[in-house]
Ligand binder design. Structure first.
Ligand code: SF4
Length: 545
């Protein structure tokens, strides 16, 4: 008998719980079923902080620790070429990276001072402000985790579900609530959602990570195009502000843009609708293969119409009204660097770190400056930058100068402003290439070679294809890989992706054949590309055009 036509074959299940696949189909699903990720917290407090690193159960060490924001870090000195050939335990040392969730990037000076002190005392004075508005430490010992948690919890902070297959730290505009032109302030609805659901076992076993943004920023600075679920500020049919729901964005090795679901969500419905979307993902998301488990794959198969139907019929049990599309981003730059006028007449002062890398000492200093020149409110951005709010006119330049003493620049070059870097080889076990220092050297070199360049330009440096620093959405996206140099040696380098951008007619950067550069060649390559752009550009034409 001949084989049935392909379309008539039964579709192989993808491990969707809603279709009855409750038995784990891979080791990650088994690990989550054996013991919920959140349960590791008590074991850290009662057992591992006393036994030390060597006493940690391997399934907690490389699995559930993430539910509490902890990853083992890469041991120093292991080159990128070894990443794919060594076992996880050969790549790691006995220290952790620890991510603190900073939902919406909102910090008080007291919280920031606490974050700074933890870095200084427990993390060798190193910290990163990540492009998801979190603060991340390195060099953390398991013995110190209970005290770190105690200090964080004393100022209302947590590492719970900062990583893992969970609702991770949520994004909001750093200027939420202070700018005149925002569509809506999402601060309150986000706080309600976090308070209700973060750490709730109802959503602590999702198929994969779950990245949320809720924002009324006119510049779409939370990049809702590439989040799993986004509530994007929009003026509704009755003239009242609310949210346009987008689902299914994500980068990594199969980048996809989020789809508009087409509904209007009133502010008081956000937490419920977010929970319903999360439940759809939990129940229908693909759990067979890790690399197909993000919601973008479900969205690619279903499309927004079916997602809406399931959301409404099976979870909300009511129809949501149709809604208008959110307006296109108002400005090309989304980073909130510089001085912006607040609606109360004071100012928001945004500044660039060095590709997100900072010390605990400097974080503490920023907290002091926010108290002295502002009102003790600080924000982190989705571009590895920070903002001090509530600065009166007469203090702006004093603050600008005080920040500059620590190389925190309110008016940085286009290159420094537009460069981001992921964690990279220094600490990340998946990395192929060192990134943070390389990115800093790169922007410094471009500042020297092209001193007058003043167009917004995004240069995103990534240590591997996972795209934590979003190489597909940058003007110049650098994806870490081993490349061959002129003498035939395999060395650290990058596959280049050019012309990625978000907003109107968003598109992913294109990979050109042969556009591979060694680290040593990166500055030459970028200079060539940028000089070519300067020679050919039409008046008013940005790089992305
Ligand atoms: Fe690590 Fe790769 Fe993410 Fe960089 S992009 S932080 S190297 S996983």
């Amino acid at each position: 008998m001949s084989a049935p036509p392909r379309s008539a074959r039964p579709v192989r299940g993808q491990g969707q719980w809603a279709l009855g696949y409750r038995e784990p189909l891979n080791p990650n699903e088994r690990m989550k079923k054996d013991s919920d990720g959140l349960e590791v917290r008590q074991r850290i407090l009662d057992v591992y902080s006393k036994t030390g690193f060597d006493g940690i159960d391997p399934s907690d060490l490389r699995g559930r620790m993430r539910w509490m924001g902890l990853y083992t870090q890469r041991a120093p000195g292991i080159p990128g070429g070894k990443t794919a050939v060594l076992e996880p335990e050969e790549l790691e040392d006995s220290y952790f990276m620890m991510r603190v969730r900073t939902d919406g990037g909102a910090l008080t000076s007291e919280q920031l001072r606490t974050l700074g002190a933890i870095s200084t005392e427990f993390g060798r004075d190193v910290a990163d402000v990540t492009d998801r508005q979190n603060v991340q430490y390195h060099w953390i010992r398991i013995e110190d985790v209970p005290e770190i948690w105690e200090r964080l919890e004393a100022v209302g902070m947590t590492t719970t579900e900062a990583c893992g297959d969970t609702p991770r730290g949520m994004l909001n505009c750093p200027l939420a609530g202070v700018l005149e032109d925002e569509v809506i302030d999402a601060t309150e609805v986000m706080a309600q959602t976090v308070a209700r659901y973060v750490g709730d076992p109802e959503f602590s076993n999702l198929p994969r990570k779950w990245k949320t943004s809720m924002s009324g920023c006119v510049d779409h600075c939370t990049e809702p195009e590439i989040d799993d679920v986004s509530f994007v500020g929009v003026v509704g049919p009755d003239g009242e502000p609310g949210f346009d729901l987008w689902v299914g964005g994500g980068l990594s090795t199969n980048p996809m843009f989020a789809k508009r679901i087409g509904v209007f969500v009133r502010p008081e419905e956000v937490t419920e609708v977010w929970a319903a979307c999360t439940a759809v993902f939990r129940d229908y998301g693909y759990r067979r293969q890790r690399n197909r488990a993000r919601i973008k794959f479900l969205m690619a198969d279903w499309g927004p119409e079916r997602f809406r139907q399931v959301l409404q019929d099976e979870y909300l049990h009511r129809a949501l009204p149709d809604g208008p599309a959110a307006a296109a981003p108002a400005h090309a730059s989304r980073d909130h660097v510089g001085v912006a006028r607040q609606k109360d007449g004071r100012n928001a002062v945004g500044f660039a770190l060095r590709t997100g890398r900072v010390t605990g000492t400097v974080l503490t200093r920023i907290a002091d400056l926010a108290d002295r020149y502002g009102a003790g409110r600080i924000r982190t951005t989705t571009q590895q930058k920070m903002v001090v709010l509530d600065v009166p006119d007469e203090h702006v330049e004093d603050l600008v100068a005080a920040l500059a003493e620590h190389d925190l620049l309110v008016r940085p070059s286009a290159f420094r402003r537009g460069t981001m870097a992921c964690t990279g080889l220094e600490f990340c076990k998946l990395a192929i290439v060192e990134t943070k220092q390389h990115a800093q050297d790169l922007y410094a070199e471009l500042e020297k070679r092209l001193p007058g360049f003043d167009e917004p330009i995004g240069i995103n440096v990534n240590g591997c294809p996972n795209s934590c620093a979003r190489f597909q959405t940058a003007d110049i996206g650098l994806k870490g890989s081993m490349v061959r140099d002129d003498s035939g040696e395999m060395v650290e380098g990058f596959q280049v992706h050019l012309g990625g951008h978000l907003g109107v007619e968003a598109s992913f950067g294109r990979k050109f054949r042969g556009h591979k550069v060694t680290k040593a060649e990166t500055a030459d390559y970028c200079e060539r590309v940028l000089r070519g752009y300067l020679e050919r550009r039409e008046p008013g034409e940005g790089f992305a055009a």
